[in-house]
Design a protein around this ligand. Structure first.
Ligand code: SAH
Length: 270
């Protein structure tokens, strides 16, 4: 019974995503943040600085990073692209994969990524004018944009990765936003962990205690609310050793979601 309930919940989530619209998503969650990138306490500054720290500590490098549920977004891999030889982007929806491919192939995308690239150059102690080099580096290291489904025990196509797995799995605002309940969230975490080689790293950022967000015009997507205690439990149950969990209590009220804050996790596969 429980399996059936979970299966129908997962199918219902997939239905919600049929009307996801990349432009609306970017306009709801990233565009309004651009003017506040200089403010330390802004939502996006916090995310970018956590990612910068996670990828500049010297403990994560290697052949391959896989970003799970990239959406139409690129900011989440702009720090990581400096320390991995290969970055694979993934998403469940073709519209999102196409949006990513457009930018990678030098096409015009729905958002100008320049301010994000400049901000990350600044975090790295480089001149913002070096953003063009960062853009070139990102285009060079992203080797694939692949379909993914975190609810499958094998989320990527069988031959998508080298059998030894990835050095790092990154995922931002995905697992809780695509899972109908905590059981599915837990399992999805285990599935993406399965893509990691032993000793590999997991970096996840997501929303705390959120129950919905708007992913398209009038497209209200349910989110499974998670808190820090639940997160730690899920990581432990799935064989991860926590390195760091940080929480940002968001002072802003973005009307496109009821998020209460953000978590950032760095963990290691035992
Ligand atoms: N990581 C991006 C996008 C997050 S939005 C960012 O931080 O901005 C959530 C994403 O999960 C969407 O792009 C959606 O297409 C994707 N998604 C939906 N169902 C999924 C599934 N079953 N497996 C993996 N990703 C899924």
């Amino acid at each position: 019974m429980e399996g059936k309930a979970s299966e129908s919940g997962i199918a219902a989530m997939a239905d919600h995503y049929k009307n996801f619209d990349p432009a609306t998503y970017l306009n709801n969650f990233l565009v309004p943040e651009v003017s506040r990138l200089d403010k330390e306490d802004s939502h996006l500054s916090w995310i970018l600085s956590r990612l910068h720290r996670a990828f500049s500590e010297g403990d994560m490098k290697g052949d391959l990073l896989v970003d799970i549920g990239s959406g139409p977004s690129l900011h989440q891999v702009m720090s990581a692209c400096e320390v991995f030889n290969k970055v694979v982007l993934t998403d469940f929806l073709e519209v999102n994969r196409n949006e990513l491919k457009l930018w990678l192939q030098n096409g015009s995308s729905k958002i100008d990524w320049t301010p994000f690239l400049k901000k990350i150059c600044e975090l790295e102690g480089r001149s913002p004018s070096e953003w063009t080099e960062k853009a070139a580096r990102l285009r060079q290291v992203v080797t694939d944009v692949l379909p993914v489904d975190v609810h499958r025990p094998q989320p990527l196509a069988l031959d998508a990765l080298h059998p030894s797995g990835a050095n790092c799995i990154l995922s931002t605002f995905c697992l809780e936003c695509v899972s109908p309940d905590l059981d599915a969230f837990n399992k999805a975490l285990g599935h993406i962990g399965g893509l990691l080689r032993p000793g590999g790293h997991l970096v996840i950022i997501g929303c705390l205690e959120e129950s919905y967000y708007y992913g398209g015009p009038g497209v209200k997507i349910p989110v499974v609310p998670v808190d820090d205690a639940q997160l730690c439990k899920s990581l432990k149950e799935n064989g991860f050793t926590l390195i760091r969990l940080e929480i940002f209590q968001d002072p802003d009220t973005n009307k496109a979601s009821d998020e209460k804050g953000i978590f950032a996790v760095k963990a290691r596969k035992s």
